[in-house]
Write a protein that binds this ligand. Structure first.
Ligand code: NAD
Length: 497
């Protein structure tokens, strides 16, 4: 079949039936209070649907259903091979409903449909499949012990896992939590961001269709108040959070005030992308530097928002980056040719524009710096670059979470490493060099959870742990290590005589 056009997607959008209710104990329900909030598309400002605003009664109902299902062992008690089969079916259903889910994601969040169809939805399906595939291949240990003992060490599900997630990759970030949590046998209560709840709500029905028992997978839309209720809940065993560092700190406090639930945080970043004069491919490095900050409208925790360029190559390199940035001219998010869609909502748009205004006062504007309006009524910003003379400018230090690149100049590798590490964050970093020794030396010294050499944002495989040093969080999403977050270690000692 020929690939779809803007017109095809627009027509499909018109006939799309959008679910806005919560999903609790295997069924769609309105909030007990009857309250809703409006889900508005950032593409053109139109109302997509009212969405259930979950309050205390709904959160309690979801947690109670999750606890009951866990205690009954309807999921945790299955042979891992049986859970695997359900998760594979779940992944198949995500793929079978790719167009609908991608459309929901783009309408709700504003990202280009070409990304929703190739990155977000396939990525979530792959994640569900990967953890399903893994779970019947992991066993425990028999630990050395006295001869009259058998010492067993195994991992058991932690129980009820709350997942509180952001809006930048709504279903993908959610899947990085719920897939390993479900695979390990837990019950899940997922709270999507109030800015992008639609795919999570739809996916709940697919989980049920795949065979995940009632109560095991619940979705409770709502704002920060709903997230806080989960963070304070006495019967939530673990809270896995992706979002801002400020909210992550509050969640840790809530855990301390309540039941010491395990808290896993994936937080913000201000990642440094270092380009040395012996970079082996300046063209690719420039395209990559532009993609590192302009892909997904810059709404990326790993955004390469600080570009550190050696003085000797600065002018020529920046010219190439400016050229590459043109590929990210904002366009209609439902047009498959668009690489840069809409900013998620008016609040985020104002945040980005206010940082651009600050940047204009403290740094030199190299390109962009204005709103754009490819679709009237929507929220769009031009790809923007600033040359920051000191690296201490606010746009060079604070996470903007938008398409704004800050360029910092350096003279030595040591200086570049010092600047890169001079941040409260430590999520990701990159270095471009043709010298193997320099690459490894530099990578070792960068204080970040992911370091790329001669690339940026590579690693779609689930094999790589993903998370941050310092105030970028704790714990890791992806990889087998993520299963550690959703399990407790248990020692069983059996005396033989
Ligand atoms: P946010 O912190 O505002 O919100 C994240 C989630 O927390 C939302 O569901 C929100 O409703 C909820 N929330 C808000 N206040 C709460 C409270 N007091 N208690 C409990 N929950 C609360 O973040 P955001 O604006 O949705 O996302 C952007 C942030 O997420 C950026 O800082 C970005 O770097 C970060 N992020 C990190 C990663 C990562 O893997 N490290 C990935 C994506 C995004």
């Amino acid at each position: 079949m020929a690939s779809k056009t803007l017109n095809d997607w627009q027509q499909r959008a018109q006939s799309l039936k959008i679910e806005g209710r919560a999903f609790i104990d295997g069924a769609y329900v309105n909030a007990a209070s009857g309250q809703t909030f409006d889900c508005i598309s950032p593409i053109d400002g139109r109302l997509l649907t009212p969405v259930a605003e979950c309050g205390e009664a709904d959160i309690n109902a979801a947690v109670a259903a999750a606890r009951r299902a866990f205690n009954q062992g309807v999921w945790a008690g299955l042979n891992p091979r049986a859970r695997k089969a359900v998760m594979h079916k779940f992944a198949d259903l995500l793929r079978a409903n790719l167009d609908e889910l991608a459309l929901l994601e783009t309408l709700d969040m504003g990202k280009p449909i070409g990304d929703s169809t190739t990155v977000d939805i396939p990525g979530a399906a792959y994640c569900v499949q990967w953890y399903g595939e893994a779970i019947d291949k992991i066993g425990g240990e028999i630990a050395p012990a006295d001869h009259h003992l058998v010492g067993l060490v195994d991992r058991v599900p932690v129980g009820v896992v709350a997942a509180v997630v952001p809006w930048n990759f709504p279903i993908l970030m959610a899947s990085w939590k719920f897939a390993p949590a479900l695979a390990a046998g837990n019950s899940v209560v997922l709270k999507p961001s109030e800015k992008s709840p639609l795919t999570a709500i739809r996916v709940a029905a697919l989980a049920k269709e795949a065979g995940i028992p009632d109560g095991v997978f619940n979705v409770v839309p709502g704002g920060g108040a709903a997230g806080k209720l989960l963070a304070l809940h006495m019967d939530v065993d673990c809270l896995a959070f992706t979002g801002s560092t400020a909210v992550g700190k509050q969640i840790m406090q809530c855990a301390g005030q309540s039941n010491l639930k395990r808290v896993w945080l994936e937080l913000g970043g201000k990642s440094a992308n270092i380009v040395l004069p012996d970079c082996p491919d300046m063209e690719r490095a420039a395209r990559s530097a532009a993609g590192a900050i302009f892909f997904n409208m810059g709404e990326m925790c790993t955004a390469g928002s600080r570009l550190l360029v050696h003085r000797s190559i600065k002018d020529a390199f920046l010219e190439k980056v400016r050229e590459a940035a043109k590929a990210y001219t904002p366009g209609h998010p439902l047009d498959p040719a668009t690489n840069m869609g809409a900013i998620v909502d008016g609040i985020q748009l104002e945040r980005v524009l206010s940082y651009i205004a600050i940047g204009k006062g403290e740094a030199k504007l190299l390109t962009g710096g204005e709103r754009a309006e490819p679709v009237s009524g929507g929220h769009y910003v031009q790809p923007t670059m600033f040359d920051c003379p000191t690296g201490k400018e606010r746009v060079a230090c604070e996470e903007i979470f938008g398409p704004v690149l800050s360029v910092i100049t350096f003279d030595t590798v040591e200086e570049a490493i010092r600047i890169a590490n001079d941040s409260d964050y430590g999520l990701a970093a990159a270095v471009w060099t043709g010298d193997l020794t320099c690459a490894h030396d530099t990578a070792r010294q960068l204080r970040a959870g992911t370091v790329w050499v001669n690339c940026y944002d590579e690693g779609g495989d689930m094999n790589f742990p993903f998370g941050g040093f310092k105030q970028s969080g704790n714990g890791r999403d992806k990889s087998l290590h993520a299963l550690e977050k959703y399990t407790e270690l248990r020692s069983t000692l059996v005396r033989l005589r």
